[in-house]
Design a protein around this ligand. Structure first.
Ligand code: C2O
Ligand code: CU
Length: 490
C-alpha cells in the first residue's frame, strides 16, 4: 500500500501531496507519540521534565472529526508509565489506567491504540501512573470540529511546576497534617478547644493555611481551603510570564482559544483582559455561548473560547491561581506590536471558582430527557489527621465500587463533606451537571465537575460504555491519598 502510494506520488511536490491524498489514506497510519524526558527552563534554571511528543517535537496529537484514534505510544522514559486519553470514551482496554485497562508500559515498550472517536473538541492526555502527571507528562489532544478558515487556533496548556520531586510534595503534605493534628491536640489539652474536631474533612483548614509556610494563596475563603501546595512556577505552554509565548494574531481577527488545565493541584481563573470572548465549550462539549472576560477552570477541565482581537497591540491572556495573585499566561499580539514585560503577579487575587458560573452553563447537546433508573449519593470525605481523602470514607487501602447496569440513566449526587473543593472526573463517559444543593438545572456536559466545599452536585449519565471505570478527584495529591473509586457495570 505504502510503496505504491509513494510510486504514484513520486513526481508530486510535497505541498501537492497533502491535497491529493484522500483523507482516509492520511488517517490510516498511527500517530507516533513518545513519552520522554525533556528539559525546559524555569526561572533561569534547567528543569528536567517529561513530555508526550511526536517525532517532529510537537506535543500530543490532533485529529479531525470522523478519524479513528490511532496512536503508537512508545515509552522512552527510564521507568514504566501508562497514558490516559482524558475525556475520550474508548473501550476500557484502551483507557490507560494501569491494572484496569492494561499493564504498565515498560521502558522501550510500544502500545498501539485504535478506536473510533465518538466526540470532537478539546481533550488531553496524561500519565495515569503514580505521581508522574506532576512531571508534565501530559499533552493536548485535539479533535477538530469542522474546520473554520476564518479562525486561528491557539492552544493554552496550564501546569503547576515544582523543582521538588512529586513524592516529596506528597510526603510533606502528609507530615504537615500529622504535625498539625499534634499541635491542635496539644492546644486542646491546654484548654484552647476552639478548633473542634481536627479529624473532620478539612476541619483544620485555618491552621492548615498558617502552617503552610509561604502563604499568599493559602487564605481561607468563606471557610473553604483552596490551595494545598506552594509551587515554584505556573506554566502556560511550558513558559512563565517572565518569558511568555507570544502568538501573532490579526487585527480584528477571530481566535479559537483552547485552554487545558493540566495542573496537578491548581485551579485557575482565566482572565482575557481587554478581549471580549464567548465560552463555547467546556470539556470538549458545546455550550450555548456565554459572553465574558473571566472564566474559571478547575484541574483537568477545558475551556473553548472564541475571541475577537479588539484592535492592534498586545493582549495578554492570563491564568491566575485561584485564591491567589500568582499568574501565568501567553500574549496575543498583532503584527509589529511590542510585547510588554508582564508581571507574574496579577493586580488582584483571583476569587475562588464559583459554582454560580457553572450553573449558568447550558449544554448545546444535553442528555435526552429521561427519568433516572438509578440514583446514588457518594460522599467526598477526608481525614486531615493523616492527609487522607476518600469516597464514602474509603480508607487508604479500600477503593469503593459503585454498580451500574448497561442502558441505565444514572444520577449521582456528589456530596462534599470537606472544606476543599474537588474536581471529580469520571472515565469513559460524559455526564451532564443537573443540580446543586437541591436546585435543578440542565447544565453543561462534562467529564470533570468541580464540587465546591460543603456542597452537593448532581450529575446524570447514560451507562453506555461497559467496563470498570475510574471515578476520582483530579487533584493528583487527593487522588494519591485515596480519593478514587470505580464505577462498575454488572
Ligand atoms: Cu485525567 Cu483518571 O484522569
Ligand atoms: Cu480533591
Amino acid at each position: 500500500m505504502r510503496a505504491s502510494r509513494r510510486t504514484v506520488l513520486a513526481g508530486a511536490s510535497a505541498a501537492a501531496l497533502v491535497a491529493v491524498l484522500p483523507r482516509t489514506a492520511a488517517a490510516t497510519a498511527p500517530i507516533p507519540i513518545a513519552a520522554e524526558r525533556r528539559v525546559i527552563e524555569v526561572r533561569g534554571r534547567a528543569a528536567i521534565v517529561s513530555g508526550l511528543l511526536q517525532p517532529d517535537g510537537s506535543a500530543g496529537a490532533r485529529f479531525r472529526a470522523g478519524d479513528r484514534f490511532r496512536v503508537a505510544l512508545t515509552n522512552k522514559l527510564p521507568e514504566p508509565t501508562l497514558i490516559h486519553w482524558h475525556g475520550l470514551r474508548p473501550p476500557l482496554e484502551q483507557d490507560g489506567v494501569p491494572g484496569l485497562s492494561q499493564p504498565l508500559l515498560q521502558p522501550c515498550g510500544v502500545y498501539e491504540y485504535d478506536f473510533a472517536l465518538r466526540d470532537t473538541g478539546t481533550y488531553w492526555m496524561h500519565a495515569h501512573h503514580g505521581l508522574q502527571e506532576q512531571t508534565l507528562l501530559a499533552a493536548p489532544l485535539i479533535i477538530a470540529e469542522s474546520e473554520r478558515t476564518d479562525e486561528q487556533e491557539v492552544v493554552l496548556m496550564l501546569h503547576d511546576f515544582s523543582f521538588r520531586a512529586p513524592d516529596e510534595i506528597l510526603a510533606s503534605l502528609k507530615s504537615r497534617a500529622v504535625e498539625m493534628t499534634k499541635a491542635m491536640a496539644a492546644a486542646a489539652q491546654g484548654g484552647h478547644s476552639a478548633h473542634g474536631q481536627p479529624a473532620q474533612g478539612h476541619g483544620a483548614q485555618s491552621g492548615h493555611g498558617q502552617s503552610a509556610g509561604a502563604s499568599h494563596g493559602h487564605g481561607a475563603h468563606g471557610g473553604a481551603h483552596l490551595n494545598d501546595v506552594e509551587f515554584d512556577a505556573y506554566l502556560a505552554n511550558d513558559r512563565t510570564l517572565a518569558d511568555p509565548q507570544a502568538v501573532q494574531v490579526e487585527r480584528g481577527g477571530r481566535v479559537r482559544l483552547r485552554v487545558i488545565n493540566a495542573a496537578s493541584s491548581t485551579n485557575f481563573m482565566v482572565d482575557l483582559g481587554a478581549i471580549d470572548a464567548e465560552l463555547i465549550a467546556v470539556d470538549g462539549r458545546p455550550l450555548h455561548p456565554v459572553p465574558g472576560r473571566r472564566f474559571g477552570i478547575s484541574m483537568s477541565q477545558r475551556l473553548d473560547l472564541r475571541l475577537r482581537i479588539p484592535g492592534t497591540g498586545a493582549f495578554p491572556v492570563l491564568a491566575v491561581r485561584e485564591g491567589d495573585r500568582q499568574a501565568t499566561g501567553l500574549v496575543l499580539h498583532t503584527p509589529g506590536a511590542a510585547v510588554p514585560r508582564l508581571s507574574e503577579t496579577a493586580a488582584e487575587v483571583a476569587p475562588p471558582l464559583s459554582f454560580a458560573e457553572e450553573e449558568r452553563l447550558r449544554a448545546l447537546e444535553p442528555l435526552a430527557a429521561r427519568p433516572a433508573d438509578r440514583r446514588m449519593t457518594i460522599a467526598l470525605t477526608g481525614d486531615m489527621t493523616v492527609y487522607g481523602w476518600g469516597l464514602d470514607d474509603s480508607g487508604p487501602n479500600g477503593m469503593r465500587e459503585y454498580e451500574v447496569k448497561a442502558g441505565e440513566r444514572v444520577e449521582i449526587t456528589l456530596e462534599n463533606r470537606t472544606n476543599m473543593s474537588h474536581p471529580m472526573h469520571l472515565h469513559g463517559h460524559r455526564f451532564q451537571v443537573v443540580g446543586a444543593d437541591g436546585r435543578r438545572f440542565p447544565g453543561a456536559m462534562r467529564d470533570t465537575v468541580l464540587v465546591p466545599a460543603r456542597s452537593a452536585v448532581a450529575i446524570a449519565l447514560d451507562a453506555d460504555n461497559p467496563g470498570s471505570w475510574m471515578l476520582h478527584c483530579h487533584n493528583l495529591y487527593h487522588m494519591a491519598a485515596g480519593m478514587m473509586a470505580m464505577l462498575r457495570y454488572v
